[in-house]
Design a protein around this ligand. Structure first.
Ligand code: NAP
Length: 460
């Protein structure tokens, strides 16, 4: 063994111990926050080689500072329902890291929302935003409010109450929220209206995902779904493959899913299944996207309605069964931990070639290991689904410049950003001894940018 190799082993051991210590502190300080622990573990474990090579990150206690949010705001959201009854929900905003720009990240309205979910999403967002090469920090927010079954007026009263409190903490140069699960164009409109009313000025850059008529960016609606497909296309191209002629499964039927289906279809794939939180549809001839768009975006109905209009298609109750359908490419675009070890094994046994994560943390740590060990091309969320926040940053740029780019201009920029995220992640993976491993590559590429900025700015 050469001295260099010995030194290397010693440094790797030191770095591993450091990572284990930080992870232990995270689990002790944030008891019961399983999703947050999972997100931290996934990132920390992959940083060992970069910590070993650059001890400055340990000397500056970068990991201890990164895992602690700069600020976590929790607030009461009282509102009145259509029966005149007072309801109370809980609101959250985590302002996780502002080393490279104002906090940026979506708002999620879903009954499952709690501190753990918001912190996992906010933590991931730091690295994702850094990967886009745009000047945006990491944040996330939301509420345990369930928009399902609520009237438009109830949605408006809730979002106005939510923004009344949130407005104290955000601003175009401070913190810029956007949509996520349960927060689409309608909710962003009401949130923006209330912010404007409270602040008394037209600060267009305070929210992204706005309507095109009042400061929104063309392509923002499509950006995350299109971006996932652009990213997976890069992975396929490197292997001499493409979407053309392949069979694809997309879970969910919300914003990310719909536009992933659209772009995959445009590139010549046949998308045969999608889902919502009740069940999934399977259409061996390929899904009819116009029906899905109308059912989900306009009529806000369940995906089960699809089979009434397409009798050849089949509907199955429950979400997990979707992964038992054989496919070439799987795009989980619904929610966290939707692909577990068992689902990953079935996908691999059925010959899946590529998995691209449209949702945040849709694969468990066990599932990721199975994909990597089976040499399935695997595009992790923070790289593959960064297109949404990248175009949000482009929306902020357009708002600052008071001009609007065309759909084609923004789409072209999105395409280049996704190609660069792929290249930078692949390069980082190779440089640190894990060629082809995009989990390691994306984490390291995002980490270095944020960590270097933190060191430059001193102990704050
Ligand atoms: P969305 O429009 O609200 O759609 C979410 C979809 O997932 C719906 O079909 C929903 O079904 C389904 N779903 C939600 N919770 C589920 C559960 N527990 N089990 C099974 N299905 C569930 O949200 P979205 O914006 O597309 O976001 C989807 C994922 O992408 C999330 O992980 C989000 O964090 C991530 N993401 C979004 C963006 C963006 O720009 N929107 C950017 C990056 C990442 P129901 O209608 O039945 O609830």
């Amino acid at each position: 063994m050469t001295i260099t190799q010995e030194l290397n082993q010693k440094e790797m051991k030191l770095a591993k111990n450091y990572v284990n210590n930080v992870y232990e502190k995270v689990t002790n300080r944030n008891p019961g926050e399983n999703e947050f622990h999972q997100a931290v573990k996934e990132i920390l474990d992959s940083l060992v080689p970069v910590l070993a090579k650059y001890p400055k990150y340990m000397e500056n206690s970068i990991l201890e500072r990164l895992v602690e949010p700069e600020r976590l705001i929790i607030f009461r959201v009282p509102w009145i329902d259509d029966q005149g009854k007072i309801q109370v929900n809980r609101g959250y905003r985590v302002q996780f890291n502002s080393a490279i720009g104002p906090y940026k990240g979506g708002l999620r309205f879903h009954p499952s929302v709690n501190s753990s979910i918001i912190k996992f999403l906010g933590f991931e967002q730091i690295f994702k935003n850094a990967l886009t090469a745009q000047p945006i920090g990491g944040g996330k927010g939301g509420s345990d409010f369930d928009p399902k079954g609520k009237s438009d007026n109830e949605i408006m009263r809730f979002t106005q109450s939510f923004m009344t409190e949130l407005s104290k903490y955000i601003g175009p140069d401070i913190d810029v929220p956007a949509g996520d699960i349960g927060v689409g164009a309608r909710e962003i409109g009401y949130l923006f209206g209330q912010y404007k009313r409270i602040r008394g000025g037209y600060e267009a850059g305070v929210l992204t995902g706005k309507g095109i008529g009042y400061g929104g960016s063309l392509t923002r609606t499509e950006a995350t779904g299109y971006g996932v497909v652009y990213f997976v296309n890069e992975m396929l191209k490197d292997q001499g493959e493409s979407f053309d002629g392949s069979t694809v499964i997309v879970s969910g039927s919300g914003n990310v899913s719909i536009y992933a289906i659209e772009k995959a279809t445009q590139l010549g794939a046949k998308v045969i299944a999608c889902s919502d939180s009740n069940g999934y549809i399977y259409d061996e001839d390929g899904l009819d996207l116009e029906t899905i768009k109308r059912l989900k975006e306009v009529e806000r109905k369940r995906i089960s309605e699809y089979v009434k209009e397409h009798p050849n298609a089949e509907y199955y109750e429950g979400c997990s069964g979707i992964w038992s359908i054989p496919c070439d490419i799987a795009l989980p675009c619904a929610t966290q931990n939707e692909i577990n070890e068992e689902a990953a094994k079935i996908l691999v046994a059925n010959g899946v070639k590529a998995v691209g994560e449209g949702a945040n943390m849709p694969s468990t740590l066990d599932a990721i290991e199975i994909f990597l060990n089976s040499h399935v091309l695997f595009g992790p969320a923070k790289a593959a689904n960064a297109g949404g926040v990248a175009v949000s940053a482009l929306e902020m740029s357009q708002n600052s410049m008071r001009l609007a780019w065309t759909f084609e201009e923004v789409d072209a920029k999105l395409h280049v950003i996704m190609e660069n995220i792929y290249k930078n992640s692949m390069n980082a993976a190779a440089e640190f001894g894990h060629p082809g491993n995009l989990v390691v590559g994306a984490n390291i590429a995002g980490f270095r940018k944020v960590a270097d900025a933190m060191i430059a700015q001193g102990v704050i």
